[in-house]
Design a protein around this ligand. Sequence first.
Ligand code: OSB
Ligand code: MG
Length: 391
Amino acid sequence: MRRPRQRNFSFRALAWRAVTKNMKIEAITLREIQMPLIHFFETSFGRTTHRRIILAQVHCEGVEGWGECVAGEGPFFNEEWTEEAWATLKTYLCPLLVGKDLKSADESATHMAKIRGHRMAKAALENALWDAEAKQKQTPLWKLLGGTRQEIACGVSIGIQDTVEQLLGKIETELSAGYQRIKVKVKPSWDLNILEKIRARWPKILLSCDANSAYTLNDVAHLQKFDDFNLLMIEQPLWSDDIYHHAKLQSQLKTALCLDESILHARSAEMAAEMKACRIINIKVGRIGGLAEANRVHDVCQKHNIPVWCGGMLESGIGRAHNIALSSLANFSLPGDVSASKRYWKEDIIEPAVEVSAQGTIAMRNDPGIGSGIDVEQIEKLAVRKETIRN
Ligand code: OSB
Ligand code: MG
């Protein structure tokens, strides 16, 4: 993580570092908030209409850091889900951190290492600590991470709709809003038919699709037909825990594969790169277990000339702000799935909400930490449970 090559120290941050003590984690507050989505979001594994989001607030001697657990409402994207993440955070992960004196957020993963998996739950805590560390050092999180981009390119992920007309209408709306890349969710029966319609109307747009593991190797001939649509990539066509068979598939397709679900850490990114299982990788900080490991995945990909982009998990403003900070790293060279708050929420929990320019970009903010104010009042209104863990 310590990379002078990219790190952009301000003198102020350096001065702070000289006088700063460790980060003592006095307590952690967990809250579950429930937020209805403006529009349902459907993937090959199901439809989401409202989110159950766990927020972690770390209390470090006057500095407060915030993180979001991106687990879904059910164990469909991966094994994690809100209810079990709450239990894991409360019973196992928070007690491993409370009372610890950390030199940096980077160290938190070591303390949680004895818990297997549960990366989304771990990331909520680690990312909250990164926010706290950046606030303690009076520096924006994106700079602390080594980011170099002042603004990031945004795309949108558009779910499966009830009708093809509705899908085309949504694409139209997002293109007029300025988004630079359209990704559509696909599954058998909602794939070639929609790609044909989209390309007939917009032959030139940057277009990709995401299958969330809806196909198998029996579908190679079918997937080869996707090559006709000049797609930027096909995301995660095969099993969520697979790399090897994606390599077999990639060698039979012209279109680039992108791995999402299968990339859990820097080791799996290395494996995918060496096996040529994909040509692009989607980095989701929750899926990978926190910003430190996400940063390492970024570096592995860079070394292998694999461009990355930042995925989304229908986050509230807090998770969104962490995604934006991460996307400032150099190898995030493709538009991500990080888009404006108003596409998801009537009212977000950060102030200001995430906004996207007419050119389809988000500008980095220079306030310390994640860079946006936390609307604690709104969070308390949405909270259905709250618990503070201290020893
Ligand atoms: O596979 O990228 C995915 C949402 C939930 C679960 C999985 C995925 C997604 C998205 C949405 O594509 C991205 C977003 O807009 O947050
Ligand atoms: Mg995906």
